[in-house]
Ligand binder design. Structure first.
Ligand code: ZN
Length: 612
């Protein structure tokens, strides 16, 4: 039998930059659907797929082709490709690649389909199929993506199907949602998205992505989406993410459905669900409003692994030049075959040329200092095939975690049944805990009397909660005059603390003004349901609660673990002139054998402080 090579490619100019196009084009689930590809399914007919590889076929009606799919390769935001090795059908193999090159007016996008067919008839068929299907569609597609980018919305379906017979009901939904959420603009944007958005985007509506797209605060977008769920316009559910590859392994409707351990077929490993880093909130239209077909057009979608800027396979001895575009921050470069992790610090002054070697049996952690647009050479010096990844660790995750949202007062009011199953303990890794207290509360009670002081304390909770929510935190509980809150990162906790403190300082109703004190620590906790709410326990919580004791008025005490957060260091660096800092070592009750390095931080008194 003779094999026939084929290669088809199409180039389209786009008015968007590679950075703007990347989030859309790297979502291959949408891309393949929009290109008119058929939905796919995973099969397990031959159970010898290599790690990271998948065996796929089209859905039953079209099941003539079956292939092994190699892991997606990408260099963000310039290149992505996937190779299929066929076991049946016309094709022998197929390499699909998308290259995005910057030009003055935007980019040039090149779609390439290359491979071999088994017979001449196959060759003719493929030629006809690709030419008829892709030639015109690709141009239209890039144009429609450009339009959605310029209009700050998610791409639309060419033909969107209504499941509502009366289109005026969309206005009715907008009105109801605006009334209840008091956010008309976001309500309108959301209903329009549900009405016209592309099916593959609506399958997983991510509140943070929408907030970025619409340029609105995340807390307001979340508020509208939660009310929309209460009104049965949306449904929400939870994605369980694998801690190693961050793939969405399972989707559950209720937190009570969590059972450990969960198996990741990509990593071939069991894992325990992490309440903070491994459970993300996602929304989808209620089926009565708009039915979204449960079809999948690809597995291992690069957009799902947005934290990876580079994902490539290198053969033994292979050297490869890669071009990626990084943002300032901290990255990890690692391979799936060794424990070696290379830390990369990225900023504008970093190295623009660097070679990174992966050797056998060396587990040294190296550091590199890279520019934001580095020319990298990656060299696999081992005799094994390696997957090399570059992961952004300082970037804010594009997700709202179960820990973040489950303590929100609004969420608890609307969905009080969303709790962890009784007696179930879940890990919550890398959580930031803030404890606050009132510095001068005894003065307050003495001067103003109990009743008035309690009123002041309650008001202060409202101000504090608002500041906490605006910084992506949530109040776990209040204990006397003090608040326990959780945050994704220490920088958020510090910002929330000073935001609230500033409001108290500016409020002239109280003399002396309310003064906050705070303690911040970061680490692993246990999440459980206690007294009908989700609470956190463990050493991290205990340490954070002790730290408040070392703080003076308007002062926050930060543990060295929390201070290691790069974003917090940046925050401090940019306010060097106005912050008073004092590092010291302390010991405290319950931890007699340990000493803790802490940072006491407060704002310097402004020399121009007005005395009224
Ligand atoms: Zn995994």
């Amino acid at each position: 039998m003779i094999d026939y090579d084929f290669s088809h490619s199409w180039q389209v100019e786009s008015s968007s930059t590679p950075e703007q196009l990347w989030p859309i084009l790297s979502d291959t689930n949408r891309l393949f659907r929009d290109l008119g590809e058929l939905p796919v399914e995973q099969t397990n007919l031959t159970q010898n797929s290599r790690k990271g590889y998948r065996e796929l076929t089209y859905e039953p009606l079209h099941r003539t082709d079956m292939w092994e799919e190699e892991p997606y390769q990408w260099e963000k935001p310039y290149h992505l490709s996937v190779k299929r090795n066929y076991k049946s059908g016309y094709l022998k193999d197929l390499l699909i690649s998308v290259d995005i090159s910057p030009i003055e007016s935007g980019s040039v996008v090149t779609f390439r389909f290359r491979g071999e067919t088994r017979r001449l008839t196959g060759y003719m068929y493929i030629k006809w199929r690709f030419n008829s299907r892709f030639k015109f569609r690709i141009r239209q597609l890039v144009h429609s993506y450009d339009q959605s980018i310029s209009e700050q919305r998610i791409p639309r379906n060419k033909k969107h199907r209504f499941s509502l017979s009366n289109p005026r009901r969309w206005d009715h939904f907008t009105d109801r949602l605006s009334d209840i959420s008091r956010e008309r603009e976001i309500s309108t944007l959301l209903i329009k998205t549900i009405q016209k958005g592309n099916e593959s985007d609506l399958k997983q509506l991510n509140p943070q992505k929408l907030a970025l797209l619409w340029n609105k605060p995340l807390s307001s977008v979340l508020r509208v989406m939660l009310f929309a769920s209460k009104l049965d316009i949306l449904n929400f559910s939870w994605n369980i993410l694998c801690p190693h590859c961050r793939t969405n392994v399972k989707n559950i409707k209720k937190l009570k459905e969590i059972t450990d351990p969960v198996y990741c077929s990509q990593c071939e490993e069991d894992f325990n669900v992490d309440f903070h880093q491994g459970l993300e909130l996602t929304f989808q239209p209620h089926p009565l409003i708009r039915k979204i077909p449960k079809k999948t057009y690809c597995f291992g979608n690069p957009a799902e692994q947005y934290h990876l800027d580079l994902n490539i396979t290198l053969n033994p001895g292979q050297k490869r030049f890669v071009k990626i575009n990084l943002s300032e921050g901290v990255y990890r470069i690692y391979s799936d075959k060794s424990n070696e992790v290379i830390q990369a610090e990225v900023d504008e002054d970093g190295l623009s040329n660097a070679t990174i070697h992966f050797r056998k049996g060396r587990s040294l952690t190296d550091k590199v200092y890279l520019s934001t647009t580095p020319n990298l050479i990656i060299h696999n010096q081992t005799d094994e095939v390696m997957m090399i990844r570059c992961e952004n660790v300082s970037k804010e995750k594009f997700t709202v975690s179960a820990a973040e949202i489950s303590s929100w007062q609004l969420f608890r009011n609307l969905f009080p049944e969303e709790l962890i199953r009784d007696k179930k303990k879940l890990n919550a890794e890398n959580l930031t805990i803030l404890f606050t207290d009132l510095y001068n509360s005894s003065d307050l009670y003495r001067k103003d009397g109990d009743e008035s002081a309690i009123g002041i304390v309650m008001d202060h909770f409202d101000v504090l909660e608002q500041a906490i929510i605006e910084e992506r935190g949530s109040v776990v509980k209040t204990i006397g005059d003090s608040v326990m809150a959780i945050f994704p990162k220490p920088a958020n906790a510090v910002r929330a603390f000073y935001k609230a403190d500033q409001i108290f300082k500016e409020n002239t109703d109280h003399d002396p003004p309310i003064e906050l004190k705070g303690g911040i620590h970061k680490g692993d906790c246990m999440a459980v349901t206690l007294n009908n709410r989700i609470d956190y326990f463990g050493n991290t919580v205990n340490v954070a609660s002790r730290l408040v004791g070392f703080a003076g008025g308007s002062e926050v005490v930060i543990s060295s673990e929390a201070y290691s957060c790069p974003e917090l260091k940046d925050y401090v660096r940019t306010r060097e002139h106005s912050l008073k800092k004092h590092f010291r070592e302390v010991t405290f009750k319950g931890f007699e054998n340990e000493s803790f390095e802490i940072l006491q931080m407060s704002h310097k008194e402004s020399p121009l402080r007005l005395v009224v």
